[in-house]
Design a protein around this ligand. Structure first.
Ligand code: MN
Length: 291
């Protein structure tokens, strides 16, 4: 088993606001070299690093907007988000929960801080990851997988090292609850100081990690601090992480879809014609209606 080496460590870029509720650092596709093609099947990663929001009677967030052609995965570390969509669906993503939304043929939704969280204020920390869909699945029916923290399967590391929360894919013999259209591994390593974990993914998969809390040493040689993103080489299969202090690390690995990408804002399709169609469908109200 060959070692999978770090290709690049990316510190967080200057944050920007999405609406008034999400203060994010974009890693995919705008950070150095991490474009949609390179990071295939991951097409966007926005990271709201830990940020304190003051109390507000009016929930902050982002208003009605569409998505088509991919999935949005929201991983909540601190704070709570409420969402509503044009099909009448909605829910709350709480601390430790994951929402895996398949936008596919089209969803119109809004995402706001949950009402009580908003009133009280507090630390807010989240990842939103967009996972591309293969052409054959881009126009399938939208769906949600709401995965509460209690539903996330866990692998307990030896020597009181901590645990691996398996959201999608597998770690050793533990399988994640999320179903995916293409092979994806998505996991949170929650490590105690000194805890170690080894990961093993096919060499050709796009593999990366984001340090959410604490700091880690990768492959026994490179220290990576909080809020830094690591992209690995597409060679070798195995890498290790060790917690230099208590740490939380989001690990992602996915098989590239290897299809053409045409992207414009909230629409990610295969051709420019399909983008034009998406914009027309949106303007014609074919994504439904939401106040
Ligand atoms: Mn959205």
């Amino acid at each position: 088993m060959a070692t999978k080496k770090i290709e690049i460590v990316v510190p967080p870029r200057e944050p920007h606001f999405v609406g008034d509720g999400f203060r994010v650092h974009n890693f995919i596709p705008s950070a150095y070299r991490l474009d949609m093609k390179k990071m295939d099947p991951f097409i966007l990663m926005d990271y709201n690093s830990k940020f304190h929001f003051t109390p507000s009677d009016k929930p902050r967030g982002v208003g009605v907007h569409p998505h088509r052609g991919f999935e949005t995965v929201t991983i909540a570390y601190k704070g709570k988000v409420a969402h509503h969509d044009s099909s009448g669906g909605g829910g709350i993503i709480g601390e430790g929960d994951v929402q895996w939304m398949t936008a596919a043929s089209g969803v119109l939704h809004k995402e706001y801080h949950e009402e009580n969280f908003s009133k009280e204020g507090g630390d807010f920390q989240m990842v939103q990851l967009w996972v591309n869909l293969p052409a054959k699945d881009k126009m399938t029916k939208p769906k949600y997988q709401s995965i509460s923290n209690a539903q996330i399967n866990r692998f307990t590391l030896p020597d009181n090292g901590g645990e691996i929360e398996v959201i999608a894919g597998s770690y050793q013999d533990v399988k994640g609850a999320a179903s995916t259209f293409t092979p994806i591994h998505l996991q949170n390593a929650r490590l105690n100081k000194g805890g170690k974990a080894a990961f093993n993914f096919p060499a050709n998969y796009t593999t990366a990690l984001l340090v959410i809390e604490g700091s880690i040493k990768v492959n026994g040689e490179e220290n990576v601090p909080t809020d830094n993103f690591v992209s690995f080489e597409n060679e070798g299969e195995e890498f290790t992480i060790e917690a230099l202090e208590d740490a939380v690390v989001l690990v992602l690995s996915g098989e590239p879809i290897n299809e053409p990408i045409a992207a414009q804002g909230p629409f990610v399709m295969n051709t420019e014609g399909e983008i034009t169609q998406a914009i027309n469908d949106y303007n014609m109200g074919r994504f439904g209606y939401l106040e």
